[in-house]
Design a protein around this ligand. Structure first.
Ligand code: ITT
Length: 195
């Protein structure tokens, strides 16, 4: 069996990665969750942090490893919270992060924002990193129960509802994460065809 270690400690991300990527990989390629340590995310870009996490999982397991670094970049806040999205509020929970962002956006007219996802794939043969985006706007109040993180206050362009009102299958087809995984999937399939 060919296995890819998914280097995330976020159960929501793991679920979304399995749903999106599962459908794009060749038969016999299995995704397994990491049991390794969580490295410090010391990079200054999504790409650097995705590589740090994938390299650590590869170092720990010796198996092909994939990691996602993602977040939301709000134009009126000069791109914040960006790579600090999971640590935006002091508490660092989804609810506290959402409350802080809503507070900072109170009365702000320019509400455009972009979800960004970098995905890194590290193997004995080398490293590959891709990045994708999902543009939209920040709503004035939270709506919807699905998803995680900032989903309840983000309306993707072309949709009237929030990302938290999408079904898991819809989000797995449209999101920044789905788009980045679509870019990396051919490299994963090629790696196992060669090995
Ligand atoms: P790992 O590093 O273990 O993968 P993490 O949650 O710490 O888990 P990140 O450092 O990449 O991962 O931070 C991602 C944060 O960005 C996440 O906690 C959310 O706050 C936000 N985020 C990313 N993708 C999102 C999505 O699809 N929907 C809502 N919020 C998202």
């Amino acid at each position: 069996m060919s296995t890819v270690v998914v280097a995330t400690h976020n159960a929501h991300k793991l679920g979304e990665i399995s749903l999106s990527l599962g459908a794009m990989l060749g038969p016999g390629i299995e995704l397994i969750a990491t049991d390794g340590p969580e490295p410090d995310e010391t990079g200054t870009t999504f790409e650097e942090n995705a590589l740090i996490k994938a390299r650590e999982a590869f170092r720990h397991t010796g198996r092909p490893s994939l990691a996602d670094d993602s977040g939301i970049c709000v134009d009126a806040l000069d791109g914040a919270p960006g790579i600090r999205s999971s640590r935006f509020s002091e508490e660092g929970t989804d609810a506290a992060n959402v409350a802080l962002l809503l507070d900072k956006m109170k009365g702000v007219k320019e509400r455009t924002a972009t979800f960004v996802c970098a995905v890194a794939f590290v193997t004995k043969d080398g490293e590959r990193v891709v990045r994708a985006e999902w543009p939209g706007v920040i709503r004035a109040a939270a709506k919807g129960k699905a998803g995680f993180g900032y989903d309840p206050i983000f309306s993707p362009d072309g949709m009237t509802g929030t990302a938290a009102e999408l079904s898991s299958l819809e989000k797995a087809a449209f999101s920044h994460r789905a788009r980045a995984l679509g870019l990396i999937a051919p490299a994963i399939n090629r790696y196992f065809q060669r090995s």
